[in-house]
Design a protein around this ligand. Structure first.
Ligand SMILES: [Zn+2]
Ligand SMILES: [Zn+2]
Length: 214
């Protein structure tokens, strides 16, 4: 059984998730958005306190808020950056993204060490996450589905009552709506949806009431 810890960090109100097996003590850090000392400390303390070994660093996509601390996690825990290859260009342009959003960032280009694709299985202890490619918010946006524990981490593809913006480079509204309908809304209705920003929801709730998906 996998558990999920959510950290809400300052930069664009990003949700960083730690998915971990509390028995085998392996963990994946997903979308590390730490940009302030107390945020790095909070994540580090959690990993220490739970006695976890970080075995994966995964990005749902390579927008700056989701990847700003990638290189820190990679260096600290010795794990490769895992993300979809279609977002490689965004990773190379973290600095330009910082300028675009008016945030302070050093030249922190993110290189994908281990490209992920549709259908890949990521093992975390005795549990696993399945990679679901949901492009449209960015070309390489992926969701991470844990069927056994009934949750899906969706990055910026889907939010409670909303969907991801598609006006950024590589965005495509039609593609996003189609991918959400075909690949996310087809999951069991009780599946918990953990988004890159804001509160959790469920597939059933969004299927019933999300105004962007009618
Ligand atoms: Zn994004
Ligand atoms: Zn975001």
């Amino acid at each position: 059984m996998l558990k999920v810890a959510r950290f809400g960090f300052y930069m664009f109100g990003i949700n960083t998730y730690v998915v971990y097996d509390p028995e085998e003590k392996e963990a994946a850090i997903i979308d590390p958005g730490m940009s302030r000392k107390q945020e790095f400390d909070a994540l580090e303390k959690f990993i220490e306190r739970e006695g976890l070994k970080v075995t994966h660093l995964i990005n749902t996509h390579l927008h700056i808020d989701h990847a700003i601390a990638d290189n820190w996690v990679k260096a600290k825990y010795g794990v490769p950056v895992e993300a979809h290859a279609d977002d490689a260009m965004l990773g190379e342009r973290i600095k330009q993204q910082a300028q675009m959003f008016g945030v302070q960032a050093e030249d922190v280009a993110v290189e994908i060490d281990r490209p992920l694709k549709e259908g890949d299985i990521i093992k975390i202890g005795s549990g696993e996450l399945k990679v679901v490619h949901v492009p449209g918010h960015s070309p390489g946006s992926i969701c991470l589905y844990d069927e056994a524990d009934s949750f899906v981490i969706v990055g910026d593809a889907l939010f409670q009552g909303s969907i991801g913006r598609t006006d950024l480079p590589g965005g495509n509204h039609r593609q996003l709506v189609d991918a959400i309908k075909n690949k996310l809304l087809t999951l069991p209705k009780e599946t918990m949806v953990l988004s890159g920003h804001g509160d959790a929801t469920t597939i059933g709730r969004e299927w019933e009431s999300n105004p962007y998906l009618v």
